[in-house]
Design a protein around this ligand. Structure first.
Ligand code: QAP
Ligand code: CO
Length: 181
């Protein structure tokens, strides 16, 4: 069990294209479990290795609505790839653990087919639709150094990134001067 530190935009490490996993080892399985711990602790519904500063093509997702009594459904993806998608598009208000506090509509294919390796290194294929399809496309974007704000207008994107940058700088100032009274 390990909760990792999540990178917040703007951060150059969020723009790096992640490397494919060549061999599914115990270390990879451990990283996937740590990513799930990190995602559940946040809490979030999806997390890519890029967001925790790991330059590998790994994604975890759980879109189960546990507040509505659904059992958790953790999904682990190694080297995920969209191999087909619908022409029909869907708009969903996306958020991101690396863009905390901001939600904006993003349009993406409503359904997609994803090929990936499971944690045993076995090739798998998944047909996803609705929130799961949106989430997996969002997470694969991270592995390619793309954030949901990159899908917005330049004005909306720059406003969000500037606010996050300002908040980071203010946070750095406040940690240098702890309040003692
Ligand atoms: C990606 O995002 C996603 O701003 C996963 O303050 C989101 O888990 C795909 C979160 C929506 C499809 C639809 C965001 C938590 C979590 C925040 C997340 C925040 C706290 C985001
Ligand atoms: Co994200």
């Amino acid at each position: 069990m390990a909760v990792l530190k999540i990178l917040v935009a703007p951060d150059p490490r969020l723009k790096v294209v992640a490397e494919p996993v060549l061999q599914v080892t115990d270390a990879i399985r451990q990283t996937l479990n740590d990513m799930l711990d990190t995602m559940y602790a946040a809490p979030g519904i999806g997390l890519a290795a890029t967001q925790v500063g790991i330059n590998k093509r790994l994604v975890v997702i759980d879109v189960a609505n546990t507040e509505a009594g659904e059992a958790p459904r953790p999904l682990k993806f190694i080297n995920p790839e969209v191999v087909a998608c619908s022409n029909t598009m869907n708009s969903y208000p996306e958020g991101c653990l690396s863009v905390p506090g901001f939600y904006e509509d993003v349009e993406r294919p409503e359904s997609c087919t994803v090929r990936y390796l499971d944690e045993n290194g076995t090739p798998q294929q998944l047909q996803a639709t609705g929130l799961l399809a949106t989430c997996i496309q969002h997470e694969i974007d991270h592995l390619n150094g793309v954030l949901f704000v990159d899908h917005l207008s330049r004005m909306k994107k720059s406003m969000i990134v500037k606010k996050l940058d300002k908040a980071k700088k203010q946070q750095r100032l406040s940690v240098s001067y702890p309040v003692v009274d």
